[in-house]
Design a protein around this ligand. Structure first.
Ligand code: GLY
Length: 383
C-alpha cells in the first residue's frame, strides 16, 4: 500500500516506459494509479529508441549514473518476467552481450583500454581477434581488426516492451487517460492537488512528472519544481536484413546496430540539439549510413525499411531527476537522456519505494533538483 504519502491516488503524467514502469510497480504493490498522456502509451522516445541495455558500452563517466544503470540492468530479468506474466507479451529481452568492433590498430588500442576498465570493474568480457570476430559476426567483413564482447549487456525490443507494460498496467488495474488535451498539474503554494485535462479534474495526493523531454513544459508545474530538461534529438533507421544476419548488438565508430527478432537491423543514432524538431533529415540519415557502411559494406545491399526520430530528455549534468520537489506530493522521474529504457526498472522500484515509504533516506539525493553540479555528460554528434 502507499504509505509515505497515504490518502489518495497516484497520478503518473507520461505513459512512456518510465511512467508505465512506475505505474506497474506501484500497482503491483497495491496502489491505485492513473496514467495521463497526450498520446498513446509507449510512444515518443520510448518507441523511438533502440532498446540498448548498455551501461558499459555507453561510456558513462558519472559514477552515480553508472551505478544506477548497473542496478537497472541487474533488475531487468526479474522485472520483465513480471511484466510478461501480467501481460502475456514477451518483450524480447536479449542479454547476449554487445560487440565493439575495431577496424584499425588505433581502434584495437581503444578496445584494449576499454577492456582494462571493464576488468577493473569486474565486468565479464572477451577480447576477440580478427578471426574470432569474423566467426562470431561474419557480416562485419574482412577489414575488421578485432573486437570486444561485453558480456551481460544487450537489448530489449522497446516497442514490444511498451505494449507489454501498458497491457500489464491494464491487468493490474491501472487506469489510463489517453490522448488528453490541455493536460496540466494543479498545485497550491505548498502541495500538489491533482491533474486537470479537458476531461475534468482528478484529485491526487501524488503526481509523478514522467513527461520525458516535455517535463519542463508541463503546464502548472511551479518554477521551483521544474526540472532543467531539454530535448536532444536522435535520428534512426532500420535496414531489412535476413533474420539472424546480425546476432549481437554491435557498436562501431559513429553508429550502433541493434538486431531485432523480426529481421530489422536498427542503426542509430544522431545526437542533436534541435529544440522540439522531430524531422528525419537527409544529413542525419547520411551520417548513420556512412558509419554503418564504412564498418560493414555488406549492409549496403539491404533496403531501408523505416526512418524515424525521437527526443531524449537531456539534463545539464547528464543525471536524471528522481524523487521529491519542493512541492509536496509532486515528484520527478525524467531526464534519463540516453538511458531511459535501461533505467526503467530501477526508476520504477525507486519511485515506488519512495512513495510507499520504504526507501532509505537520502537514497535519491544525487538525483534531486538541488544536487550539486555533476560533470556535464551531454555531447552532440552521433551515437
Ligand atoms: N541509448 C542510445 C541513444 O540514446 O542513442
Amino acid at each position: 500500500m502507499v504509505g509515505a504519502h497515504k490518502g489518495g491516488d497516484v497520478a503518473v503524467i507520461g505513459a512512456g516506459l518510465i511512467g508505465l514502469a512506475i505505474a506497474f510497480e506501484l500497482a503491483e504493490r497495491g496502489a491505485q494509479v492513473r496514467v495521463f498522456d497526450r498520446g498513446e502509451p509507449g510512444r515518443a522516445a520510448s518507441w523511438a529508441g533502440a532498446g540498448m541495455l548498455a551501461p558499459y558500452t555507453e561510456h558513462i563517466e558519472d559514477e552515480s549514473v553508472l551505478d544506477l544503470c548497473e542496478r537497472s540492468l541487474g533488475a531487468y530479468p526479474e522485472f520483465t518476467e513480471r511484466v510478461r506474466a501480467a501481460s502475456g507479451i514477451d518483450p524480447h529481452l536479449r542479454l547476449n552481450g554487445i560487440v565493439h568492433a575495431a577496424f584499425d590498430a588505433s581502434g584495437v588500442g581503444r578496445l584494449s583500454a576499454h577492456a582494462l576498465d571493464l576488468a577493473r570493474r569486474g565486468v565479464a568480457h572477451d577480447v576477440l581477434d580478427r578471426e574470432q570476430t569474423l566467426a562470431f559476426e561474419p557480416w562485419l567483413g574482412t577489414h575488421v581488426a578485432g573486437s570486444l564482447l561485453v558480456r551481460g549487456e544487450g537489448s530489449i525490443d522497446n516497442r514490444r516492451f511498451g505494449r507489454a507494460l501498458a497491457a500489464a498496467c491494464d491487468a493490474r488495474g491501472v487506469s489510463f487517460v489517453r490522448d488528453a488535451i490541455d493536460l496540466a498539474v494543479e498545485c497550491d503554494d505548498r502541495r500538489v492537488l491533482g491533474v486537470r485535462s479537458e476531461r475534468g479534474f482528478a484529485t491526487c495526493s501524488i503526481v509523478v512528472n514522467a513527461a520525458g523531454a516535455w517535463a519542463a513544459q508541463l503546464p502548472g508545474v511551479p518554477p521551483s519544481a521544474r526540472p532543467a530538461v531539454r530535448p536532444v534529438k536522435g535520428q534512426m533507421l532500420a535496414l531489412a536484413v535476413p533474420r539472424g544476419f546480425v546476432r549481437h548488438t554491435t557498436w562501431v565508430q559513429g553508429a550502433y546496430l541493434v538486431p531485432r527478432d523480426d529481421g530489422r537491423l536498427l542503426v542509430g543514432a544522431t545526437v542533436e540539439d534541435e529544440d522540439f524538431d522531430q524531422r528525419v533529415t537527409a544529413a542525419g540519415i547520411r551520417q548513420l549510413l556512412d558509419a554503418a557502411l564504412s564498418a560493414a559494406p555488406a549492409l549496403g545491399a539491404f533496403s531501408i525499411g523505416e526512418t524515424w526520430a525521437g527526443l531524449r530528455p537531456g539534463t545539464p549534468d547528464g543525471r536524471p531527476y528522481l524523487g521529491a520537489t519542493p512541492i509536496e506530493g509532486l515528484l520527478l522521474a525524467t531526464g534519463h537522456f540516453r538511458n531511459g529504457i535501461l533505467l526503467a526498472p530501477i526508476t520504477a522500484k525507486l519511485l515506488a519505494s519512495y512513495i510507499d515509504g520504504s526507501l532509505a533516506p537520502g537514497a535519491l539525493d544525487a538525483f534531486g533538483l538541488a544536487r550539486d553540479g555533476a560533470p556535464n555528460a551531454h555531447r552532440t554528434g552521433v551515437v
